[in-house]
Design a protein around this ligand. Sequence first.
Ligand SMILES: Nc1ncnc2c1ncn2[C@@H]1O[C@H](COP(=O)(O)OP(=O)(O)O)[C@@H](O)[C@H]1O
Ligand SMILES: [Mg+2]
Length: 226
Amino acid sequence: MIHLDNISRLFRSDEVETTALTDIDLTVEAGEFVAVMGPSGCGKSTLLNILGTIDRPSAGRYLFESEDIAKAPEAELAKLRRDRLGFVFQSFNLIDELTIGENVALGLAYRSLGGAEKRERVAAAMDRVGIAHRKNHHPHQLSGGQQQRAAIARAIVGDPKLILADEPTGNLDTENGTQVMNILTELNTEGATIVMVTHSPAHADIAKRTVHMLDGRILTSARRAA
Ligand SMILES: Nc1ncnc2c1ncn2[C@@H]1O[C@H](COP(=O)(O)OP(=O)(O)O)[C@@H](O)[C@H]1O
Ligand SMILES: [Mg+2]
């Protein structure tokens, strides 16, 4: 599904140059569940942002379903994000001025679907993660676990092929973290490809493969024993 070939990412400002990623080669097959681990600052979020086309590599090739998109026009990338990708972040990133239902509906923004179908999909996604009864609440009225489940509903309402999750359980207690992992596992079982950054060895264990990073490089990539 995705293939990174010799990807690097340099951040330049007036005084400093930071190499966030160096010589990254990574292939993720459709249906995989990959965990990315490594110390803070090693480039995990940069890698995920590049996979999500939120950021572009400084060099290298990024093949998404065999098409090289490293230099694709922004409009094409926006369409790819809208139609095929779902994002989940550590800090939920819900909009507090909107209700939970409206936040989830954002996952369908710019989709040419009828109003009835949009409402149906939003209801199904909320139901799926167990927050349907919170539809008219605002994010600050929900617990962290509920907020993250709302964020997952927003990510999956468009039925993405690839879900990118950056420390999705990082701000949650054990029980809520387990709930989020159960939802991700279910989505993977149903066919979604998932790449998830985590600091939790237990959560990485739930994925089928763990990629270990250090100083902008991939050290090892180990598949879980069957
Ligand atoms: N927008 C940016 N501008 C400058 N440096 C950045 C930027 N984003 C990340 N970095 C740097 O790149 C390195 C990797 O960061 P990041 O990918 O966020 O690491 P991680 O997610 O593993 O903690 C760090 O040294 C960080 O300071
Ligand atoms: Mg990070």
